[in-house]
Ligand binder design. Structure first.
Ligand code: NAD
Ligand code: WQD
Length: 344
């Protein structure tokens, strides 16, 4: 069975992908510096799968330490590269930290691939690189808009780096997966998202408000050109998203790529408004949510959702979980975090 290096594998999306890879019998080496995750995530993974991935506490900004992972595990077949800083607002305040972390980590992995002869990499990209698209649903060949944050720009630059690198090597393959809005948690509530401080993203803010940590949710604008006036996104269940990584790895290992650099949108294909999320959350969890409409958030776009037909056809993958089920999983995870905090 192939051995997969998963960078950022104790993080939110990475941990769910590790569960799916282990479930398929693959061996996993997690590389994470725990800058935005906790070591206890490994217990959650073990408890769900009955298996333990290898764990290397390494900062990918450190070239020597990164190479050390490949020295220790000479039989790695492919890499899934999740590790990155991801907070849009923080990236505006600390742009150099974002460029340093997100670009150097990728460059060191690409160097190591050359030296240690690893042929395949799956990259975590984002729908943020489409900006406000001209046509919806957005397809993979839509023109990329100038990034509105240093974070978004790191994703564009990383895709450029990957594309340029693939031109100069033979027999290697990269798949860039552009995630829309990942939400929810594993149905077991043993792993999930751990937002630090006040969450920026909608669903963690909703679950924290329902749990009584926040007074109310601010809805950023109800004057958009959408049916109910609130902004529209494509919210994808994190387990569905994780499963797409197993498909991408399979495609690379089986040599099914049509070109050495491929891009796939990962979403549900359905646009959902902020008001619809609130209604679904209330119905799914029987909670009443306090909210207020406030002004638009700077930099927000009106609507974006994915055309997923390329991923459906080529990866043989489709998002399966419904919105209410997904919001229930987010709520169960919030309850779990709260009860763990009480115990500490
Ligand atoms: P996360 O912060 O939960 O996970 C990232 C992990 O990478 C963390 O465990 C962190 O400790 C680790 N990490 C960061 N820098 C590192 C370094 N230099 N060396 C080693 N480990 C390092 O984030 P996530 O939500 O799981 O996101 C995973 C990837 O998906 C990121 O690349 C992110 O940009 C991308 N993405 C996320 C979203 C989203 O909404 N969550 C959407 C689109 C794309
Ligand atoms: C969703 C909707 C808000 C919070 C971000 C990143 C993007 C990608 C995914 C990584 C929007 C509204 C939110 C709140 C609200 N991440 N909202 N009140 O902005 O689509 O994308 O995460 O690549 O790069 O920018 O996600 O969850 O912040 O917002 O009304 O308190 O909820 O205006 O319409 P977003 P989000």
């Amino acid at each position: 069975m192939p051995k997969i290096l998963v960078s950022g594998g104790t993080g939110y999306i990475g941990s769910h992908a590790v569960v799916e890879l282990l479930g398929k019998g693959m061996e996993v080496v997690i590389v994470d510096n725990l800058s935005n995750s906790e070591i206890e995530v490994l217990d959650g993974i073990k408890s769900i799968t009955g298996k333990s991935p290898h764990f290397e506490e390494v900062d990918l900004k450190d070239r020597k330490a990164t190479y050390g992972v490949f020295e220790k595990h000479p039989d790695i077949s492919a890499i899934i590269h999740f590790a990155a800083y991801k907070a849009v607002g923080e990236s505006v305040e600390k742009p150099l930290d974002y460029y340093e972390n997100n670009l150097l980590s990728l460059i060191h992995l690409l160097e190591a691939m050359k030296i240690y002869k690893v042929d395949h990499l799956v990259f975590s990209s984002s729908c943020t690189i489409y900006g406000e698209p001209d046509h919806l649903p957005v397809t993979e060949d839509a023109p990329l808009k100038k990034a509105t944050s240093p974070y978004g720009n790191t994703k564009q630059i990383c895709e450029d780096i990957l594309q340029d690198t693939m031109k100069s090597v033979e027999g290697k393959g990269v798949i860039s997966l552009r995630y829309f809005n990942p939400i929810g948690a594993h149905p077991s509530a043993k792993i999930g998202e751990l937002p630090l401080g006040v969450p920026n993203n909608l669903v963690p803010f909703i679950t924290q408000t329902a749990a009584g940590l926040r007074e109310y949710l601010s809805i950023f604008g109800d004057d958009y050109n959408t049916p109910d006036g609130s902004a529209i996104r494509d919210y994808i269940n994190v387990v569905d998203l994780a499963k797409a990584h197993v498909r991408a790895i399979g495609r690379l290992l089986e040599g099914k790529q049509k070109s050495s650099f491929e891009v796939f949108n990962l979403g549900t294909g359905r646009g959902v408004s902020v008001f619809e999320i609130i209604k679904s959350f209330e119905k799914a969890t029987n909670q009443k949510l306090n909210y207020k409409v406030v002004g638009r958030r700077e930099g927000d776009i009106e609507k974006v959702y994915a055309d997923t037909s390329f991923a459906n056809a080529e990866l043989g993958w489709k998002a399966e979980k419904g919105l209410e089920e997904t919001l229930q999983s987010a709520w169960r995870w919030e309850m779990k975090i709260r009860s763990n905090k009480m115990k500490k």
